[in-house]
Design a protein around this ligand. Structure first.
Ligand code: ZN
Length: 306
């Protein structure tokens, strides 16, 4: 009886305290910011600075086209204040994930506003929804658009830190402009006749357009890695490699290495490893987006310069 008389007021007090909690938005320290790929996450973190810590859905090294979310990912998305995605049809898993999770946070597609490249003639893309090239980040000038979209979304979500997001966006914009100038300088070492790109799937359209390369084709002839190339596709790319001056086949971890090795063996053209859709582990050669472009361009120049 005595225990009851003490417990009851305590319980009542707790109920009252809970009911009286103001239902304001979580303080900035508790912003739950989710990004799909490690590349999107890095750029969002550059703009966010110390204001929050971005949670990345895709594990490092995974393929954004074929990613299968887990129940843990669903919980993360359900709980997010805001979700940043590349968009442009890259993350085929995202729309069903958001619907199934009942996510309340805004979804920002950072590539929104970029004029997407269409599939080259004769290369039917297998994706149903978007037919444009989703690999916008291979040209740092497109990431300038990302920065604008990210800054605007963060300022709206968290106006108390607007000045920080603005300053970080300006600083990172300057880094991207420097990066672009650096790429122009580096690729000048590659003579025009050596500027043929063959990749595991069609990844370098925006890079080729900006820096004066030609995308000859890919082992998987589309913007996605989801389809498997037919025997005819493989014969076609091997023929294209032999009829052009192709010095390297640029591959990432995301594609079946046996297939790439077979094309390399058949044509005698070396495989060169790049980072396409994911950063490397921290401390690795492509731990940030800026590092990724540096690494890829250095590897390209080493493979293609005379
Ligand atoms: Zn891709």
């Amino acid at each position: 009886m005595r225990r009851c008389s003490i417990l009851l007021p305590v319980l009542l007090l707790l109920v009252l305290l809970t009911a009286c909690q103001p239902r304001a938005a979580a303080p900035t320290g508790e912003l739950k910011v989710v990004a799909t790929t490690s590349i999107v996450a890095d750029v969002v973190q550059q703009i966010g600075g110390d204001s929050f810590s971005v949670t990345t859905l895709l594990p490092l090294g995974s393929d954004p086209h074929s990613f299968q979310p887990s129940p843990r990912d669903m919980a993360m998305v359900a709980d997010a204040s805001i979700i940043f995605a590349n968009g442009a049809g890259l993350e085929e898993f995202l729309q069903p994930l958001i619907e199934n999770a009942g996510a309340q946070g805004r979804v920002i597609e950072v590539s929104d506003g970029i004029q997407l490249l269409e599939a080259p003639a004769g290369e039917a893309d297998s994706g149903d929804a978007d037919s444009g090239d989703p690999h916008t980040w291979v040209d740092p000038n497109n990431v300038l658009v990302w920065v604008d979209n990210i800054r605007a979304a963060l300022v709206e979500l968290d106006p108390a830190h607007a000045a920080i997001y603005q300053a970080n966006a300006e600083r990172y914009t300057a880094s991207l402009q420097e990066l672009d100038a650096w790429v122009v300088e580096q690729v000048a070492a590659i003579p025009p006749e050596n500027r043929s790109l063959v990749t595991d799937h069609l990844v370098y359209g925006y890079f080729a357009a900006r820096y004066g390369f030609e995308q000859i084709g890919a082992i998987i002839p589309g913007f996605s890695t989801i389809s498997s190339p037919s025997a005819q596709d493989l014969a076609q790319i091997e023929e294209a490699i032999q009829s052009h001056h192709v010095l390297a086949i640029f591959v990432s971890d995301a594609i079946n290495p046996t297939l790439a090795q077979r094309v390399s063996d058949d044509t005698g053209v070396q495989l060169v490893r790049l980072y396409h859709g994911s950063l490397s582990e921290p401390g690795g050669p492509a731990a940030t987006y800026l590092d990724l472009i540096h690494y890829n361009v250095n590897a390209m120049v080493a493979a293609l310069k005379p």
